[in-house]
Ligand binder design. Structure first.
Ligand SMILES: *[C@@H]1O[C@H](CO)[C@@H](O)[C@H](O)[C@H]1NC(C)=O
Ligand SMILES: *[C@@H]1O[C@H](CO)[C@@H](O)[C@H](O)[C@H]1NC(C)=O
Ligand SMILES: *[C@@H]1O[C@H](CO)[C@@H](O)[C@H](O)[C@H]1NC(C)=O
Length: 302
């Protein structure tokens, strides 16, 4: 080559590149198509310019580093066989996209008479999948002041679902501190794991909880479940225990006194003195007539 050493290779590349461009030139309206599963998607590949009459067209799929043919020898190959077609002589149309269609695709066009004169466009196809109904777990009843964890998850959605919890149809923020409406609550929500954590549960946290999983393809919610919050009233419990203890003590003392008195009375040799002994404590004794006392005694004797 006569070109100066320093600029030679660059100039050559530029010239070759120019040649390639003039041989086949491709165009696409969208190289990052996104489609919902089971929908139709078009990977638009258009020949903008060519100076060859009979270009060779191929489509390849690149997934996890492996390249496979999608369109070769004028036939749709492999997995897409009955679900795809070539439109306008070159664009790839998938009629019923599957989640397995995710990946990169390459449209390659070469001049039939000179395989070195070719062009290509790489596509990144995203097939989104709607979330399914998430599995939700809500504790049934939690005492005031304790912690509680609510779970929400589903594994079908693509891209991965994000989660939002609702209390009585109010959306809960990621952090209760961020919204004055939830001033009396203390929780944090991890929107990517679906976990709602209450560090301490308050009375106001009682309610119907449900969760919605969503992504670009759609959303799904679980049935609302009731979270009950009950008072674990320490003062009341201690008070209750004290009352019970007091009653037990009183009963014990009462039984002791009665037993002692009874014991003294029974140690006397006859029942009559027992009567008198017991009567000595009675306030009514002084009012009781001798007659009444006598009658009682006589009846006892009889
Ligand atoms: C699309 O494919 C799914 C299975 O992958 C099938 O159940 C469904 O019937 C197909 N839909 C159409 C319109 O062909
Ligand atoms: C393809 O697109 C998706 C979402 O649009 C992106 O997450 C991913 O990184 C892209 N992959 C490549 C290889 O560009
Ligand atoms: C928080 O609790 C206080 C006292 O119980 C109550 O007056 C107030 O209305 C509550 N605030 C909210 C936002 O629920």
């Amino acid at each position: 080559m006569a070109a100066p050493r320093g600029t030679g290779p660059g100039l050559l590349l530029l010239l070759l590149h120019g040649c390639t461009v003039t041989a086949v030139e491709l165009y696409s309206s969208n190289t990052n198509p996104e489609v919902q599963e089971f929908q139709r998607v078009e990977l638009s590949c258009v020949i903008k310019h060519t100076n060859t009459d009979n270009p060779r067209i191929e489509w390849k799929k690149i997934r996890n580093g492996e390249t496979s043919y999608v369109y070769f020898d004028n036939i749709i190959q492999g997995d897409l066989k009955n679900r795809a077609e070539i439109k306008g002589g070159i664009s790839l149309v998938i009629h019923n996209a599957s989640r397995t269609d995710n990946g990169r695709y390459r449209c390659e066009v070469a001049a039939a008479e000179d395989q070195k004169r070719f062009a290509e466009i790489t596509f990144n196809l995203t097939v989104t999948v709607k979330p399914v109904i998430p599995q939700c777990r809500v504790p049934k009843a939690v005492p005031v002041g304790k912690s509680a964890v609510l779970h929400c998850q589903e594994n079908e959605g693509y891209p991965s679902s994000v989660y939002r919890w609702y209390r009585n149809s109010d959306a809960l923020p990621d952090d209760s501190k961020s919204n004055p409406k939830f001033l009396n609550s203390s929780f944090t929500l991890n929107t990517s794991t679906g976990t709602l954590v209450f560090s301490t549960v308050n009375k106001g946290d009682m309610g119907q909880y449900h969760c919605i999983a969503s992504n670009a393809a759609g959303s799904a919610r679980c049935e609302a479940q009731l979270l009950e919050v009950y008072d674990l009233n320490i003062g009341g419990i201690v008070g209750g225990i004290l009352v019970v203890v007091l009653v037990l003590v009183l009963i014990t003392v009462g039984i002791c006194c009665a037993y002692r008195k009874g014991y003294f009375a029974n140690s006397r040799p006859n029942g009559q003195s027992y009567k008198n002994a017991s009567k000595t404590d009675g306030v009514n004794y002084l009012r009781t007539s001798d007659e009444g006392d006598f009658r009682h005694k006589s009846s006892f004797v009889i």
